[in-house]
Design a protein around this ligand. Sequence first.
Ligand SMILES: N[C@@H](CCC(=O)N[C@@H](CS)C(=O)NCC(=O)O)C(=O)O
Length: 231
Amino acid sequence: MATKGKKAAVSKSKAKAKPAKKAVPSKQVRLYGHWLSQPAQRVALMLRLTRTPFSYSHVDLMTGENKKPGYMKISRFGQVPALECRGETMCQSTRILEFLADQSGKFDGRSTSNKRTVREWLNWCDDRLVNLSRARAAIRFLKAKPEVIEYTKGNARAALDVLNGHLEGRDFIVGKAPTIADIAAFPAVALADEAELNLKDWPNVYQWCVRMSKLPGAAMPYDLLPKESRA
Ligand SMILES: N[C@@H](CCC(=O)N[C@@H](CS)C(=O)NCC(=O)O)C(=O)O
């Protein structure tokens, strides 16, 4: 009888146990990035929020290291970020965020419908919110003509209008907890001042940005990545 009871208890606990997630083995994770790169900052933020230790390779975009054959083998588009995990390399920051969410079981939507919505927002970030990054690049790196700057800023403002409306009454973009949609959006929004935009003009976005910056493990964009490679 006692053995039977023990067996029953074991099988009950087995039945309850969730399928184990394959944790990303930290020593096998290497991020390739540049500290000024917002797509690289997204991935660094995700690694920090999921407490995934990672090795880091600084890719010198200024000297064109990203287009040299060695790096082109790592990232087919010659861009940062790229992530190496278990000998596999991948690029495109939003795809990397999805990969890490899947591996860690964290920061994805909690239902099928939420997961789908998270991916809609990921695409929106790369489609519309990226206009903040474009405005920043036009001002900070390209020293573009005033009309070009005004055009990109107009598109950036339109994106912030959409996000501000959506965040009315919400703490995070999808559901009640942060997801990779928030992580994808954070660097561009947090550096809005470099696009000559005052986030306080979009109060829901401003509050959301403060909330994101206070998540355990989070940091402001320029504190996310080292300025040099590290083992
Ligand atoms: N869609 C890509 C964009 C990556 C990207 O634009 N990276 C820039 C740095 S912010 C880069 O590597 N630029 C160098 C180049 O394109 O030659 C992603 O999200 O990963």
